[in-house]
Design a protein around this ligand. Structure first.
Ligand code: ZN
Length: 312
């Protein structure tokens, strides 16, 4: 299938075709003795992911595990549907996200507040998963991939309080979710992902440092794809966080409202990203969808307000 790319080590990248776009959200299949899907994509992507798994020879009873880096709807919105297609699969998620997969009502209500009418076309609706099938991860944990291979989970908050990174013992691949930002393979651009309500700078930087300390061979971004240059890329992740926080802090201290702050930060960061200068408007649009300035700036503003409330 043209949305499945072999990455070596029995790992397959699946373009989930989020909201009809290509190259926005990736899921990954690790095809060992115990096949494991990392990230489901959105609910509306679930049939696309199922077709990809079928093309790789994974039938309804074959999928052993579904693991999500965190429960944002672009990563985990399809969990309920995928759990339905694959009745033997165990669903693995950080303990702070587990109850929302069993009962998505609060998560969906807050997503509705953030996205409004766009919720349905972008994400669809997260279906509940039987709590008995969900395994919650603590600060560290493990997913058995079969044949002595495992996926080790490492708690990595900052982007979201229920975020984990996942390290493959056979390949050294690290599934970074959104904790290292959003990477655009066509241009090599990398932007932070700092949405409300959980963003916290030091926590996010600590998670990037933890990723470096794990010594991965390759980073697998959910947005989007593999990156082999680990050290430089993680340095870039940390730099991007600092740049966006510095600019937003400046806007915040000048008392700008969100719209003005977004415009200022967007203008001052524009030249950092070749996607924004791209002739190809679709590339810029995709980048904005993934890690939009409004979402990033409001997440940082929200954090600055919280910090101020704690230390007036
Ligand atoms: Zn996220």
């Amino acid at each position: 299938m043209d949305n499945v790319t072999p990455l070596g080590g029995d790992v397959y990248e699946i373009d989930t075709r989020m909201a009809g776009y290509s190259g926005v959200t990736a899921g990954y299949l690790i095809l060992g003795d115990r096949p494991c899907l990392v990230e489901t994509g959105t609910s509306t992507s679930a049939p696309v992911v199922r077709d990809a798994l079928t093309s790789l020879g994974v039938g309804p009873e074959d999928l052993a595990t579904v693991v999500v880096t965190h429960i944002h709807l672009d990563h985990a919105g399809g969990v309920g549907d995928i759990a339905g297609y694959y009745p033997s699969a165990e669903i693995v998620v950080h303990e702070k996200g587990a109850r929302h997969l069993a009962d998505p009502s609060r998560l969906m209500a807050s997503a509705r507040m953030v996205w409004g009418d766009k919720l349905d076309s972008l994400f669809g609706s997260l279906a509940p998963t039987d709590a008995a099938r969900i395994r919650a991860l603590g600060d560290t944990g493990s997913v058995d991939l079969g044949g002595g291979r495992e996926l080790a989970s490492h708690y990595s908050p900052g982007h979201a309080k229920h975020h984990v990174g996942l390290l493959d013992s056979a390949t050294g691949d690290l599934y970074v979710g959104d904790a290292a930002g959003v990477y655009l393979p066509e241009t090599g651009d990398l932007r932070p992902a700092t949405p409300p309500p959980d963003f916290d700078l030091q926590t996010a930087l600590d998670s990037v440092a933890l990723f470096g300390a794990l010594g991965p061979q390759r980073l697998l971004f959910s947005h989007y794809g593999p990156v082999a240059d680990v050290a430089t890329t993680l340095e870039r992740s940390a730099d991007e966080l600092r740049v966006w926080v510095d600019l937003t802090r400046q806007a915040h201290s000048e008392g700008m409202d969100l719209d003005h702050a977004v415009a200022m930060v967007r203008e001052k960061t524009r030249e950092r990203y070749s996607a924004m200068a791209s002739e190809n408007e679709e590339t810029a649009e995709r980048f904005e969808l993934l890690s939009g300035a409004p979402s990033n700036v409001s997440g940082i503003m929200h954090w600055l307000d919280r910090t101020k409330a704690r230390n007036p």
